[in-house]
Design a protein around this ligand. Structure first.
Ligand code: GLY
Length: 378
């Protein structure tokens, strides 16, 4: 009797030494794949591997599928230069880093999540602890932090880095230039005056002006990593971890902690997750929708496009539409099916235009396939 773990180990060994092993041991249920948004490719935290490479190494060496993915996303979570995720992420409106994360283990059919947690650099691991150590799915706020402390996580007073605090100060100056002064005299910016006064959202516009001015990566403004993987045995898992929207109203929780919105896994069908405007995924339960489309036999790209069309159809408020009457925000989906087929799709190919992939051919950053032409602000 060969356990799945032994089978996977044998398979991993078999990849290197196939001729010496009987066929039964090298036959695979799926080609292993790890998919993530671009931060899974771009950040290494000073090491030699990015998130998708680390996760792929784990799943092909017999590590538990979710453990491997979380070890992957821990890299950008801990990287102080990735200011959308974990340590050094852009804080909320009060200057406090509040993080959301969820994870889902396909074979175990279990999931865990935390929302608005402060003080822990790796909320993905706290989400996994909720999954493994409690009968519950979601812990929030101060109680999530206390839970983390109780089960052995280090809790810090402040997850800001000098850079994330500097950017928060710049945002304060742009929102309230009368009271927050730039010691260098260069930080004063006029509020957006191209829009009628009743349409202005100075806090959001000030944030977006920092993206336009190149101070914040667009990917960090909604900063998130979603990472899904399939093992050679065909097992799936997923994890999403984020600081959410930069400068958010304290306590705001986006899609990343919510099953079916920012992430979903069905071990019989596939895995899907998202980055971008979380509210759009909360309204449409987009990740769950994608899994149901895969269940109906659609290919990953078609399933993702269906979710993007649903978002477009349900975006009707004028404040969320651009001059063309299309959504003035972006959302991206990263999709894997049970056969190991994948897709990376987005409303627009704008801002962060690539995603992260790792297969037996190594890691790469393919282009996202957009639903709509142009950019959100066109
Ligand atoms: N997608 C991340 C967020 O909206 O919080």
């Amino acid at each position: 009797m060969v356990s799945r773990r032994d089978f996977v180990r044998s398979t991993a060994v078999g990849l290197a030494a196939a001729p010496a092993l009987p066929n039964i041991l090298i036959r695979r249920a799926a080609r292993p794949v790890v998919i993530a948004d671009y931060s899974g490719y771009a950040f290494k935290n000073g090491g030699s591997e990015n998130a998708v490479e680390r996760a792929f190494r784990g799943i092909t060496q017999g590590e538990d599928v979710l453990d491997a993915l979380i070890a992957g996303v821990n890299i950008p979570e801990l990287d102080p230069t990735e200011n959308g995720i974990g340590y050094g992420a852009l804080p909320n409106a009060y200057g406090v880093v509040q993080l959301d994360a969820s994870c889902m283990h396909g074979p175990k059919r279990r999931a865990g999540a935390v929302a608005s947690i402060e003080g822990v650099r790796t909320p993905s691991l706290v989400a996994k602890a909720v999954m493994e150590l409690t009968d519950h799915h979601l812990l929030v706020g101060r109680d999530a932090r206390d839970f983390a402390r109780d089960v052995g996580f280090t809790v810090e007073d402040d997850l800001n880095t000098p850079d994330s605090r500097r950017l928060w100060m710049e945002w304060r100056r742009r929102v309230d230039p009368e009271h927050w002064l730039d010691p260098n005299g260069a930080g004063r910016r006029r509020r957006d005056e191209n829009r009628p006064a009743h349409e202005r959202d100075p806090e959001l516009l000030a944030g977006l002006s920092m993206v336009r001015d190149g101070l914040i990566r667009e990917g960090s403004f909604w900063g998130t990593i979603n990472c899904s993987g399939i093992t050679p045995a065909g097992d799936l898992a997923g994890v999403t971890t984020t600081s959410g929207l930069a400068w958010k109203i304290p306590g705001r929780v986006g899609d990343s902690a919510i099953l079916g919105a920012g992430m979903y896994v069905d071990n019989d069908v596939g895995a899907a997750g998202s980055t971008g405007r979380g509210e759009a995924n909360l309204y449409n339960l987009s990740s769950y929708l994608i899994i149901e489309e895969l269940r109906r036999g659609r290919a990953p790209k078609d399933a993702g496009m269906e979710a993007l069309r649903r978002i477009q159809k349900n975006t009707v408020e004028r404040r969320l539409l651009n001059a063309r009457g299309l959504p003035n925000f972006n959302v991206r989906f990263f999709i894997l099916d049970k056969q190991g087929r994948w897709a990376g799709v987005s409303l627009y190919r704008a801002g962060e235009t690539k995603y992260a992939l790792c297969t037996e051919q190594g890691s790469s950053a393919p282009d996202l396939e957009p639903l709509l032409p142009g950019a959100p602000e066109d």
